[in-house]
Every structure is written in C-alpha cells, then in structure tokens.
Write a protein that binds this ligand. Structure first.
Ligand code: AHR
Length: 341
C-alpha cells in the first residue's frame, strides 16, 4: 500500500512541475510547453498571474519618422492603460544603443523584452544572453536574422508584400511604362530590404517596360529623402516619371525637392510610398502624392497581449501579421478623418 502511495505521489509531482515550468522562445505553431529542444525554461517556477504587474523592457529604434512616433505612442499609451511597468529605451537609430538597452533590461530582470531591431544582423549574442537569463524576446515591427529559438514571435507587417503592392500601384499609375527612382529605407533593415525585393520582383516579372534607374537610401527620414531626391533630379531631371519611397516621410521630403526643381509631384512624377501616416493623406489631398501602402504602427495592444500569453505559458504563433490596406489620392479626403496616426 505504502509503495503504491509513494508511486502515485511521485507521478503527481512530476506532472505538476511540468505544468508549472514556463517556456519561452517557442518554435512556430507550437505551444509554449517545456521539454522541446527549441524551448528554454525561465527561472520563475510559475506562470505570472494576469493581475500581477508585468515588467516589460522595450528597445525602440528612435524617432526617425511619423510612423515611428505613432508606434512609440502605441507602446507607451497601451502600457499606461494596462498598468504595465514599461522600461522604454530610444536608441536614436543606433544598434549599439539597442544592444545596451537589452543588457540593461536583463540586469533589471524584466519579464519580457520587446525590440524593433534597427537592422537585421548582429543580434545573436545579445539575444542569447537574454535567453540564458530566461527572458523571452518579442520582435515588434522589424525582423532580426537570428535562429528561431532566440525569440518567441514577431508582430508586424509583411514588408515584402508592401513592396509588391507598391509595384502594382506604380505600374497602374504609369500605364506599365516609364523610368522610376527609389528611395530606400535604412540600409540593412528588414523594412528596406524586403520592400526593395518585393517591388523589384513584381516590376521585373510583370512590367519589363518600367525601369528603376536610381535607387539609394534616404534612411527613412524627410531630410535625407529630400537630399537624395535633389541628387536624383540633378542627374536625371525630366527623365523621371515615378518615385517609389519606402516610407511616407521620405516621399514628403522628396515632394519638396520636386517642387523646388520646378516639377509637379503627383503629376509630372507619380509617387507611391509606404506607411499611410496622416502626412501622406494631407499630401494626397493636395494632389502631390498618389498612393500610400499601409504599414500599421499601432502594435501596442498586440504586443502586451502576447507578453501576457507568454507569462501565462500559453501558445503563441511564430509570426503575428498586422492587417493593412492601400490608400489612394481619390479617397484620401474621405479616409483622413478616420485615420489614427
Ligand atoms: O519598420 C517600419 C518602418 O520604419 C516604417 O515604414 C518607417 O517609416 C519607419 O521608420
């Protein structure tokens, strides 16, 4: 009898321990349960109950665009609403600052680290440090080129798809023919790389009479967008029929350059950009921008929802896409009032 009781007790304890162990960095489409090769156990024995204050570290890129400001406001605003203890860091577009921020979050023993990586490469060491400390990482917005077991999930846009949508819009505007210039985002960032690839893929496969004659980075900022567009105009002047900008801010900077050069943006040079910030709608209403492909920055609610799920030991998919549309000049005035960013 004693032997039977001891066996039952051991079995129950083993089951309880397995249930309590909180797993992070779960692979795609799997539950965050322990004992898989791609999972690690955190130092906390039990899942954090929903009513316990979450402590979250967020390593933001900077404030390079209207989009980024909206993203930051969403992350901060939602934390306040939910009573989350948010430790927020602005890296001023420098990877080394984001790495420092992650190390400081590890030292502060936060529950989860969120990061929008400025560039894709160079994260493995510091992500591994977080994993070793039992702190899960969630990628918000941009991707990082690391093994999948070093982060739990990525929440954000399909940048390649945005590039493809932009190409289709540009082809319609140009009637399938013409010379275009491209303003790329930050070199090495997932948003710039994928928007470039997606756009190029569609143009090359479907619209051979459209040529991308110049392509250069404007670093996602208005100032650089203007500067690079000035250089494009100087070298290629009236030979440019279209501009594809990887974000609205660079397009808005370029619009200024085009006007100063004496051409009409939106008419002489058709413009397609990405983000769908309010500034783009204003430019469309003024007839200076033709199309903006949406990239949703309001990621705060999804981010904290995922953080809570991780802390509860619930399953989280490896990629959580944002829903996005395409906005054109024709409907911009009607669309603007309902825009949130
Ligand atoms: O990663 C998203 C991109 O970053 C936005 O499109 C751009 O505006 C921002 O700076």
């Amino acid at each position: 009898m004693k032997k039977l009781f001891a066996m039952l007790l051991t079995g129950t304890m083993m089951l309880t321990m397995a249930g309590c162990a909180k797993s992070v960095n779960a692979p795609a489409e799997t539950s965050a349960k322990p004992a898989e090769t791609k999972t690690v156990e955190t130092k906390t024995e039990e899942a954090k109950p929903e009513n316990k204050k979450l402590v979250i570290g967020f390593a933001q890129i900077g404030a390079e665009s209207e989009w980024r400001t909206a993203c930051t406001n969403s992350i901060k605003g939602e934390a306040e609403k939910l009573g989350i203890d948010l430790k927020f860091s602005d890296a001023q577009q420098k990877q080394e600052n984001q790495i420092k921020a992650i190390r400081s979050f590890i030292a502060q023993k936060v529950d989860v680290i969120g990061i929008s990586p400025v560039v894709e490469s160079g994260w493995e060491t510091v992500f591994k440090e977080a994993k070793d400390a039992g702190i899960p990482i969630v990628l918000v917005d941009r991707n990082a080129d690391v093994p999948e077991d070093l982060y739990v999930t990525r929440i954000g846009s399909d940048f390649k798809d945005e590039g493809k949508k932009a190409a289709e819009e540009m082809a319609q505007l140009l009637g399938g023919k013409g010379s275009i210039v491209e303003l790329q985002g930050t070199v090495g960032s997932a948003a710039a790389t994928d928007r470039l690839v997606g756009f190029k893929e569609v143009i090359e496969a479907k619209y051979p009479e459209i040529k991308i004659i110049k392509s250069q980075t404007g670093d996602f900022t208005r100032a650089k967008g203007k500067e690079v567009m000035e250089a494009f105009l100087k070298s290629d002047g009236k030979n440019i029929q279209g501009l594809y900008a990887h974000n609205d801010d660079m397009a808005i900077g370029a619009i200024q350059a085009i006007e100063e050069y004496g051409l009409k943006p939106g008419e002489d040079i058709k413009i397609v950009s990405v983000d769908a910030v309010k500034g783009a709608f204003e430019a469309m209403i003024a007839g200076k921008l033709n199309v903006t492909v949406e990239c949703n920055p309001l990621l705060g609610p999804q981010f904290y929802d995922v953080c809570q799920k991780i802390m509860n030991g619930e399953s989280v998919p490896k990629y959580i896409p944002s829903e996005e549309g395409v906005y054109r000049q024709e409907t911009a005035a009607a669309d603007l009032p309902s825009r949130q960013y």
